[in-house]
Design a protein around this ligand. Structure first.
Ligand code: ADP
Ligand code: ADP
Length: 229
């Protein structure tokens, strides 16, 4: 599903590499935590998968896409197969819950009938069936993140990338969001989650890939956040 081969990334304005000789593979259906201190390269890793950045060296493969060498006109199709969730939710504030989710389908040209059918389904999946007409500011943080997850998942992407999705949530709400991500993972969707949240990583016991100064320093199949620290 994801393969990086000897990937290095040096930003133009920087001297040290943001990623250095990273080789890692993730299978379809895996649930993987990407951890590491601030500045260790997690966001760069995620941006390379979306082709928001290209590596200085090395190869990146996502699903059947050769992400580095693919033509620019295929990039939208790559991005359609990857759902994204962020720490700050990134909802459209002037649209209702249902409209936020529907919009993700409208922009890729899905027919109205499909949209009318699948939006309520995905809102039920995330536990927001009663809130489709609410505006984002009427929702709690956890509920807003559920909307963001519904929006990321409504198109049934092959993969979900989550960048600190619990970063703005209290511990109980964070656990609820993790249960939801697990549910999505059980549908066969690969989930890659960048996080600083020790307690979540420790309670889930999933694969942990740790970056330090741009290098993979650990890859445990049922890992915890900190070993020997
Ligand atoms: P993390 O997500 O783990 O905090 P990043 O991938 O954001 O790490 O950053 C890795 C390194 O690359 C850091 O030293 C950061 O300052 C640098 N970096 C990130 N984005 C850019 C950019 N657009 N231009 C220059 N340097 C960047
Ligand atoms: P939490 O306790 O999870 O932080 P809140 O106390 O913010 O959540 O909200 C509890 C419930 O009240 C939620 O279901 C939310 O949708 C609803 N709610 C919160 N603020 C508003 C509002 N301004 N208008 C309507 N409903 C609201």
């Amino acid at each position: 599903m994801i393969r990086l081969e000897h990937v290095s990334k040096v930003y133009k304005t920087s001297t040290r590499p943001a990623l250095e000789d990273v080789s890692v593979e993730m299978d379809k259906g895996e649930f993987v935590f990407l951890i590491g201190a601030s500045g260790s390269g997690k966001s760069t890793f995620l941006r390379l998968l979306l082709r928001e950045e290209v590596p200085t060296k090395g190869r990146v493969y996502v699903a059947n896409f050769d992400v580095v060498r693919m033509s620019r006109r295929r990039v939208p199709r790559l991005r359609q197969s990857i759902g994204c969730v962020f720490q700050d939710f990134r909802l459209l504030h002037n649209k209702t819950v249902a409209e936020n989710v529907a919009f993700a389908l409208e922009v890729i040209g899905k027919p109205r009938n499909t949209i009318r059918k699948v939006v309520p389904e995905v809102l039920e999946l995330v536990g927001l069936e009663g809130k489709s007409a609410r505006m984002p500011h009427e929702l709690s943080g956890g509920e807003q993140q559920r909307v963001a997850i519904a929006r990321a998942f409504v198109n049934r992407p092959l993969m979900l990338l989550a960048d600190e999705p619990t970063g703005n949530l209290d511990p109980d709400t964070s656990q609820d969001i993790m249960l939801l991500l697990e549910r999505i993972n059980r549908t066969g969707t690969t989930v890659l989650m960048a996080t600083h949240d020790h307690s979540i990583v420790d309670s889930m016991r999933r694969r942990v890939v740790e970056l330090s100064l741009g290098q993979v320093v650990r890859d445990d199949s049922r890992g915890v956040y900190g070993v020997g620290r």
